[in-house]
Design a protein around this ligand. Structure first.
Ligand code: FE2
Length: 341
C-alpha cells in the first residue's frame, strides 16, 4: 500500500469521528490527516495537514513531530516533548484522544492552534496512529479573550461587593444557589453551570452607581430607585461580550416578577426567561439572609417564610418549591467559596 493510499484510508477512518465531534471550527476550518508510526515518525499526511502545521508535506513526512524548524506547545505555552503529543499519547495508552488542543509554531512566528483527534489503528502488520487536525486558532483566541474578559468583570464585581460587609461575595453565593436550584429543577449540569456564570455577573451593572446610593441606609427616593433599576439593563450590556446571548438575557431579567410587576420589561410568568426566574429567587434569598445597609439580616426561617409568601407574585411558584427542597437538604450552603468568609 502506498503512503498516499494509506493517508486516504486513514482519512476515511477519522471522518466519522469528526462528524460526531461538536467542537467549534472543525468543519469551517477544514481538516488534515496525519499518519504516524509508534516513534512519532510521520508516514503520510494530507496536503491540508502539512499546510496547517506550516511545513510542505514532503518535509513533514519521514520526520518525528519535533523538528528543529518548528515546535508544538500545550495550551499554557509549554513546549511538548515527543511523548506528550496527543497522537503519541494515544498510541502509548491504546486509547483515542479526543479534542486535544496544541499550538504549533515555527521559530519566531505566532502559534497557530490545532484541535487534534487521534486514533490508534492496529493490524497484524501495522501499528499506527491516525490523527485529524483542524485549525481552531480563531475560535481558540476568542475563547481565551472571553475568559480574560470574564475574569476582569468578576474582579470588578469583587471590588463592588467589597464596599460593604453584607454584599461581600454576594455574587458567589447567588451563583451557587442558582446552580443548585437549577439542578434541583432538572437542568443539566452544563446549563446549570451557565446559569452560575451569569449569576456571577448579575449585578455588574451596579458599577455605574455612586457609593452614596449603593451604601445608603435610608429609603430611596423615586429618582434614586429609577437609577438603581438601570443596573439590570446595563449589566446585560456590560456582560454581553463575556456571556452568551441567553446568559445576558438572564442578567437583564433578574428583577422581573412573576406577576409582571418587576423590571426592566415587566415580563409576566413564563415569558420571563427560566434562568432569570431562578436567579431572581437566589438573589432575593441572599439579600434577605445577608442584610443590607438599609435592612437587617434575617434568619433562614424568616427568609423562607418571606420567599414562600411571595410565590406566585414575585417569584415563580415552581422555583419556590424547588428552593424549599434545596433548603431541606441544606444544599444552599456552598461547600467553600473562592475565599474564606
Ligand atoms: Fe440586581
Amino acid at each position: 500500500m502506498s503512503l498516499d493510499e494509506l493517508a486516504r484510508g486513514a482519512g476515511r477512518l477519522v471522518r466519522d469521528d469528526l462528524e460526531r465531534l461538536p467542537s467549534v471550527g472543525v468543519e469551517e476550518a477544514g481538516t488534515g490527516v496525519v499518519v504516524q508510526r509508534q516513534d512519532g515518525c510521520v508516514l503520510a499526511c494530507s496536503a491540508s495537514a502539512a499546510r496547517l502545521v506550516g511545513l510542505p508535506g514532503a518535509q513533514l513526512c519521514g520526520r518525528a513531530p519535533i523538528d528543529p524548524g518548528w515546535e508544538a506547545v500545550d495550551e499554557g505555552g509549554k513546549v511538548l516533548r515527543c511523548e506528550e503529543h496527543p497522537s503519541i499519547r494515544a498510541l502509548d495508552a491504546g486509547e483515542d484522544v479526543r479534542g486535544a488542543v496544541i499550538g504549533v509554531r515555527r521559530r519566531g512566528e505566532r502559534s497557530r492552534w490545532l484541535l487534534v483527534n487521534a486514533r490508534l489503528v492496529t493490524s497484524p502488520s501495522l501499528r499506527i496512529v491516525v490523527s485529524s487536525i483542524a485549525d481552531t486558532s480563531a475560535s481558540q483566541m476568542m475563547a481565551w479573550d472571553r475568559e480574560r474578559l470574564f475574569a476582569s468583570l468578576r474582579f470588578l464585581v469583587d471590588l463592588l461587593e467589597a464596599k460593604h460587609p453584607s454584599t461581600a461575595q454576594h455574587s458567589d453565593r447567588v451563583g451557587h444557589l442558582s446552580f443548585v436550584l437549577a439542578l434541583e429543577l432538572g437542568w443539566s449540569a452544563e446549563r446549570a453551570a451557565e446559569l452560575r456564570e451569569a449569576a456571577l455577573l448579575h449585578d455588574i451593572g451596579k458599577v455605574s452607581l455612586p457609593d452614596a446610593l449603593l451604601l445608603s441606609p435610608n429609603a430611596l427616593t423615586a429618582e434614586e430607585y429609577a437609577q438603581i433599576k438601570r443596573h439590570a439593563v446595563l449589566g446585560a450590556r456590560i456582560g454581553a461580550d463575556a456571556l452568551s446571548a441567553e446568559q445576558a438575557g438572564w442578567v437583564r431579567h433578574h428583577h422581573e416578577h412573576w406577576d409582571g410587576r418587576g423590571y426592566p420589561d415587566g415580563l409576566l410568568g413564563t415569558a420571563i426567561p427560566s434562568g432569570a426566574r431562578l436567579l431572581a429567587l437566589a438573589d432575593a434569598w441572599d439579600v434577605i439572609t445577608s442584610g443590607r445597609a438599609y435592612s437587617a439580616r434575617r434568619t433562614r426561617a424568616e427568609a423562607q417564610a418571606e420567599i414562600e409568601a411571595h410565590a406566585g407574585s414575585q417569584f415563580c411558584p415552581e422555583a419556590v418549591d424547588g428552593f424549599a427542597r434545596v433548603l431541606r437538604r441544606g444544599a444552599d450552603r456552598p461547600p467553600r467559596l473562592r475565599r474564606a468568609q
